[in-house]
Design a protein around this ligand. Sequence first.
Ligand SMILES: [Zn+2]
Length: 344
Amino acid sequence: MSVGLVYDPVFLGHDTGDHVENGRRLERTVGLLGSSDLRRGLVSVAPEPASMEDLLRVHSAQHVARVDRSSSSGGGWLDGDTVTSPGSYEAALYAAGGVARAAEAVINGDIESAFALVRPPGHHATRTDAMGFCLFNNVAIAARTAVQKHGLDRVLIVDFDVHHGNGTQDIFYSDSQVMYISTHQYPLYPGTGRVEETGVAGGLDHTVNIPLPPWSGDGEYLRAFQEIIVPAARRFCPQIILVSAGYDAHWADNISSMQVTVGGYARMAAVLKRLAEELCQGRVVFALEGGYHLDALAHSVKASIEVLLGLPAGEDDPLGLPPHGGGTMDIGPLLQRIKTAHGL
Ligand SMILES: [Zn+2]
């Protein structure tokens, strides 16, 4: 069972200084993978920069030019929390191209699954705008490339980042070939992702939002996966699963109030791996989105990769137990609303 890893130091060229989304996230994670010998079991997938054709499958030419201009003119702020540096444009091209390349390798059968350890992240970037630390929408570009270049008819995106991927939802809102399912803390930035947002026209029912209450933990997430994501995926029957893998719902991550543990992330990864094996020959690509507590991120990514490799992932969280527990919220009525909205 071969698992690919996308990583390249070019991603560190997106130099954001003291911003929470910074290169130390990848350095700490790669360091942990290296020290655990896990990296030797992975097939290295060299990222290539996304072509202009690939970018324009998702973004407007004006947006691409604006990111390029901001970066090449020395860097600056594209919105209140999204910054570029001179190396950002190149890093963003490789991040988008890296996820697309991983998906391509999985589609071609070169590898069964992959983890793309990339930055800048992507799921808030819309067709026309950078936002929320995101420049280009890496997973969306990989999904469109899978459809338009490789002829796939059904691509499933599962987004378990603690924030709603408004950009991804927006890009595929009327698209019948790409299904978008998101778990996220609600309310929280960016404010979208209500149950009632279900898609339009041919994309109707192909957007599934699971807005979880603050303080949700492993129990709530796993229940949402089993009761909503699994049946929705089975009905859609994807040919590949792309995962917007953000680890900012970890209990130690200050950006949210969620209480997910490293073991919880491993169990979510296991559900997605089993779904991929059942529905699409194991084809699944995880692409890093958020996750801002360096150790929580590193251990959670490592646990996800262990699951992809078929290794036993520990149930314990090396960082300890979540202070607010988790697993005690009554999300039954919420899940029922989602089932009703989607006929599940
Ligand atoms: Zn996030």
